[in-house]
Unconditional design. Sequence first.
Length: 359
Amino acid sequence: MNLDLLKRLSETAAVPGREHRVRALLEEEAAGLFDTVTTDPLGSLVCVRSARGPAAEPPQRVMVAAHMDQIGFLVRFIDDDGFLRVQPVGGFDIRNLFARVVTICPDPADPSRDLRGLMNPGVKPVHLATEEDRKKLPDLTDLVIDTTLPAEEVKKRVKIGDMVVLDQPFVDLGPAVAGQAMDNRVACWALVEAVRKLEADATPHPCELHCVFTVQEEVGLRGALTSAYTARPHVGIAVDTTLCVDTPGGVPHQQTTAFGKGVALTVMDSASIADVGILQAFERLGEANGVPTQRSILMRGGTDAGSLQRAGVGARTFTLSVPTRNIHSVTEACHKADLEACRDLLALFLAEAVPSAPG
């Protein structure tokens, strides 16, 4: 299992509209696996691999989307003392954001210019806070970043719109891995590794494969929409993370997936309803090849499948999801068995990629 790639992906900063670093990393990994690798006008990395082996003429076009962006912030204000205020890009829970080390990235492509900061709500210290103060939950607009640098230096190095991400290393927990941006770097990892598996095993695939590492998913599924207009896929597969809700504090009937029990076959979410034929194809491939799967419905939230389904004349779509604990935090955790199941099932599907008639 290529954990080195997953670690590098997890620890690389890339918020919506600032995906430069992850795109560069994936472009290197894609070398030799695809016939063409290009960047589209919005910034998505488009990797095309022609059909291998016997195929219909013309072959089906299958687009697999894995978004590169993570939730994060953009600097929105710098005060006279050099303290920074930020604008979220993506959905945060304020309860996960107290007392955090952050990385401020003045250049989205160049890590050498990064600087660290300390993010806390702009509130009174606990020693001075009243009982009423301590009961109040701060708002995202209360968050302040302190670099400890003189204001003049801060204003010289940091500009409005600069990217800010939470600073959290990748952790190997044994059965699982955790870190920031597992949503959705695990999907980027699975897509690269699935194609690498096809290449290494010289496995034929009848489809023309469009692997697209998309931008700006966390702010409205934007990159997948524009990329799908170009690819014009017959079949669109989004690979993403999904909720578990299997830890203390969760409600049993709201459990979406079970951690370590296989890759999730998403029946529906807020943005799309799965094509029944594709759902059945994934399920059949899993059963026939010993790859564990579990069906799931995501009650709230969506994936790039929503855009793949609607672009142009539309496409038969499906979402393959990795069960993830603590999603939209910097301690997102994924079970290694689920990651392997996602990679293996995706490779099996691409080797076939001609599911039965639309459901």
